[in-house]
Design a protein around this ligand. Structure first.
Ligand SMILES: C[S@@+](CC[C@H](N)C(=O)[O-])C[C@H]1O[C@@H](n2cnc3c(N)ncnc32)[C@H](O)[C@@H]1O
Length: 277
């Protein structure tokens, strides 16, 4: 542990670095959870072979590629198809009938990374014959991840995991029946892609852009501090239709936000909530 004075100096350098990132590149990490941001920045300083965070600031201001390396450290785009398959199974078993009654379904995957979560929704909606009257909006701040998402390619080594997730999530046929195969491997089918709009959207700075019956925001707010989390919950609350469903990640909840009473827990275990007021 650093002496208090050094900790204060480090915090100042980090704040200045994040301000520089925001003002030069428009990415706003100023309200992300400090311990995790600090760990990633310290690691980047080491990997760039420099001694201080201030030197990193100078480097990223003058060198776009150095900034891209830092950005890759700050946005964590780990995801998978039918991640936590039991959540998708629950949704399918408990909500499909109700969702089928909605004339047109709009679903938002906020912080979709490389898109697997949005494709997972498209797959089960297709199997439930609801995809044709659904539109899925999949957004993120990470342009490179969104480009990969648009490609819809599944990396070969992950296919066995995805097949098992698909089955556990209640898949009705074979994952491969939702894919096209070419010499480079599997790609999610054009019919799924057609129903998904991939777009840049920053939860820290951008507003609401539609009304949704369902919003997924899993494993994103875990990286935010409490004030940013509160703002994002306001955004989701404004963006959900009456009775709309909010799905959070396994380590996230509405606790410690002022929105807890505005939702009922449909499944506390799976972090699935309904907007009630
Ligand atoms: C760990 S991934 C989660 C992906 C997916 N939701 C899942 O659970 O598998 C977190 C994603 O949140 C995105 N993200 C981080 N800050 C964001 C922000 N301010 N606005 C939108 N997306 C953000 C990151 O770029 C990253 O792709």
């Amino acid at each position: 542990m650093l002496p208090v004075e050094d900790q204060q100096l480090e915090r100042l350098e980090i704040e200045l670095l994040l301000e520089a990132v925001y003002r030069k590149y428009g990415y706003d990490f100023r309200e992300y959870a400090y311990p995790s941001i600090r760990r990633r920045i310290r690691r980047r300083v080491m990997l760039e072979n420099i001694n201080t965070i201030s030197s990193l600031q100078s480097l990223i201001l003058h060198d776009r590629e150095a900034f891209d390396r830092l950005l890759a450290d700050l946005v964590i785009s780990v995801t998978e198809l039918f991640r936590n398959p039991e959540v998708f199974r629950w949704i399918r078993e408990h909500l499909a009938t109700e969702l089928r009654e909605t004339a047109f379904l709009r679903i938002w995957h906020a912080g979709c990374a490389t898109g697997e979560e949005a494709y997972s929704s498209a797959i089960w909606l297709e199997e439930e014959k609801m995809l044709e009257r659904s539109r899925i909006y999949a957004t993120d701040i990470n342009r490179a991840a969104l480009d990969r998402a648009r490609g819809g390619r599944l990396s070969r080594d992950r296919v066995p995991l995805y097949e098992s997730n698909y089955r556990e999530a209640g898949g009705k046929s074979e994952l491969r029946s939702h894919c096209e195969e070419d010499e480079d491997g599997l790609r999610l089918s054009a019919g799924l892609k057609k129903r998904i709009v991939f777009a840049e959207h920053n939860l820290a700075t951008d507003g609401s852009f539609n009304e949704f019956q369902m919003i997924f925001c899993r494993n994103v707010m875990i990286y935010f501090d409490s004030s940013l989390r509160e703002r994002v919950h306001r955004l989701f609350h404004e963006s959900l239709a009456p009775g709309g469903i909010l799905v959070l990640g396994g380590k996230e909840s509405l606790e410690f936000t002022s929105y807890g009473a505005r939702y009922e827990a449909l499944s506390e275990k799976y972090r699935i909530y309904r907007k009630i007021s």
